[in-house]
Design a protein around this ligand. Sequence first.
Ligand code: CP
Length: 319
Amino acid sequence: MRLFTSVRDVTSVKTLVQEALALKSNPYAFQELGKNKTLGVIFLNPSLRTRLSTQKAAANLGMSVMVMNIDKEGWALETRDGVVMDGTTVEHIREAARVFGQYCDILAIRAFPGLKNRDEDYNEEIFNKFIEFSGVPVVSLESATLHPLQSFADLITIEEHKKTQKPKVVLTWAPHVKPLPQSVPNAFAEWMCKAQQEGLLDFVITHPEGYELAGKFTEGATIIHNQDEAIKGADFIYPKNWSGYHDYGKILHNGEGWMLDLERLKITNGAKVLHCLPVRRDLELGSDILDSDSSLVIEEAGNRVWAAQTVLKRMLEEL
Ligand code: CP
């Protein structure tokens, strides 16, 4: 594996999850694989889980890790081509990416969208330039449009906790006070659609009208605008806010009636609730759920280690 930016970089999610669970039961079995290898971890945005789980995963594989908050610690980065750099930017991404490639065997990058210009965000300019110029394998730690390590960890968690052969998994839009990126729901949708294709689960998405995600990520999902109808009989529910894709980056609904609490779970099949975190309590998701056995958010965060370790292991094996 030289690239991990989407579920499209994975042949079988079922096999990938099995590999992750094997690593979870024996975390230090491949310490020699990463010996004398360096992972560069580059953040343009904040992080708790992604930063720590990726560092832990690399350490479990015997790798050295260098972390850089490039937005704060590096030179102001120019990402556009063909511009005279007579403004505030100091270093072009073409040189910066090549330099990272000199020091690192694998690069992992986080770069959120601006949510102003959909074409710019969905072109994934920063990621594509790091992939083009660094010359080393690249892992997404969340791009403008996708968060694949999160979705991989979500699927590991579902596989560990499922009580039926083919659970019903529901992604539901949730309220928020700020317009948020589509990266988590896009990635969750494409991973669940792939898992559905492989016979692992049935996948439903529910959101208010107007919050449709890009069709290329939801192919095969059942989409229902009535949340009660969608969550009825659900085994797993993933509440998550996102801003408009068609009406790009906009808040289109005040959220009334869309926040889940324990009462709302009564029509489910004892659903377990997932969330990528961070979550705004009693705005996006009821604190009664988060403080109950219905919540799997901490286990899910723990599984970020095994998702990252599986991807890094596959990349190390092909260096
Ligand atoms: N879920 C997630 O990616 O968390 P962080 O933003 O804290 O890394």
